[in-house]
Design a protein around this ligand. Structure first.
Ligand code: FAD
Length: 317
């Protein structure tokens, strides 16, 4: 039986919830699923991993893994991957995954497909969006070991009960490195919900007009537990920081609901949110391109519509 390794990305001591989506692709084809844990305690997350088909866990324990350090994590993941005997490695195409997977691929001189929206492990193939979301490509990899990154929110997690063994391995991570992590300084969080993990996102475009006006979007978003995003025009105008940018040169998101406020619907913006399940657009121009791409459209001024929505959401919450 084939074996799939999944990199278990953690967040604040817990398994990142979108890892369960990655595990869903991993166990769907009936393969043995091995979880690779580099931070935290594998015993502590064993129960939740077992619910999603993980039948073995390999943990690399080392003080060098206390904080995410790309070179160290890549070496540790490679050691665990080789130890597992798996023929594929899956991980999230998260900020960390985007940093880690290419390093693993480069070190192992292996091809890598990032940001897949569907992974068929049995066929070693994926579906991936191309040309700013205008086309989907089906790509297959061959070879003894295949590396895949999975776009967050691409699939609803499917449980599959398993009993997992936990094995700790020692890996020498002491080699000289060109980059040495000295300190981790956490930035103040912009909102309670991280953009790429959010089930609901409200984004503001150039029409917001100022950084202060973004508070209208944050106020409305808080009533529905939404994260707040921005178009590039809003970011370039200094209304929002780059980490809020959605699109081709920003973050890729796939929420259940995406509410675009004063965003025209340029193809580069669409590239980052087209896999949203439901798209709602608010725009005062009835001919705005976004109205050809949304499920629900409200023709109106955001400064009238958003405060009204805020009131309704508050009443319902
Ligand atoms: P605009 O296009 O100016 O649209 C503003 C909209 O607001 C208009 O439709 C207008 O009718 C409406 N409006 C105005 N006032 C109101 C009001 N009071 N109430 C309601 N509606 C109102 N863009 C991204 O977003 N993300 C990316 O990652 C990205 N990457 C890019 C990469 C490249 C290589 C290039 C060339 C471009 C990229 N862009 C990206 C830019 C993209 O092409 C657009 O310029 C950008 O998305 C436009 O942002 P916007 O819709 O906020 O602004």
């Amino acid at each position: 039986m084939s074996k799939v390794a999944v990199y278990i990305e953690m967040k604040e001591g817990e398994v990142r919830k979108q890892v369960f989506e990655v595990l869903t692709f991993a166990h769907r084809g009936g393969s043995d699923v091995c979880g690779i844990v580099l931070e935290g305690d594998a015993e502590g997350c064993k129960g939740s991993l077992e619910e999603y088909g993980v039948s073995s866990i390999i943990q690399v324990k080392s003080n060098a893994l206390a904080n995410y350090d790309p070179g160290v994590y890549a070496d540790a993941a490679i050691a665990a991957l080789k130890h597992s005997g798996a023929d594929s490695l899956l991980a999230l195409t998260s900020a960390q995954g985007k940093d880690l997977l290419p390093r693993i691929a480069a070190k192992l001189k292996l091809p890598l497909i990032m940001d897949a929206t569907v992974v068929n492990v049995a066929e070693s193939s994926v579906v991936k969006s191309h040309f700013s979301g205008r086309a989907n490509a089906e790509i297959s990899l061959s070879g003894d070991l295949k590396l895949f990154g999975v776009r967050p929110n691409s699939v609803d997690p499917e449980a599959k009960a398993a009993n997992a063994t936990v094995e700790s391995i020692d890996v020498d991570l002491s080699s000289d490195r060109r980059v040495v992590l000295k300190e981790v300084v956490k930035k103040e969080k912009l909102g309670k919900v991280e953009l790429t993990e959010a089930k609901i996102i409200m984004s503001g475009g150039r029409a917001i007009g100022s950084a202060e006006n973004f508070s209208m979007i944050f106020e409305c978003a808080k009533h529905i537990g939404a994260a707040v995003g921005a178009s590039r025009a809003a970011v370039d105008s200094g209304y929002a920081p780059h980490e809020m940018q959605v699109g081709q040169t920003g973050k890729t998101v796939s929420p259940n609901v995406y509410i675009a406020c004063g965003i025209s619907g340029a193809v580069q913006h669409f590239a980052g949110m087209k896999t949203s399940k439901v798209i709602v657009a608010i725009n005062k121009n009835p001919d705005a391109p976004i109205f050809n791409k949304c499920d629900y459209g409200i023709v109106g001024d955001i400064f009238d519509v958003v405060p009204e929505l805020s009131k309704v959401f508050q009443e319902l919450s």
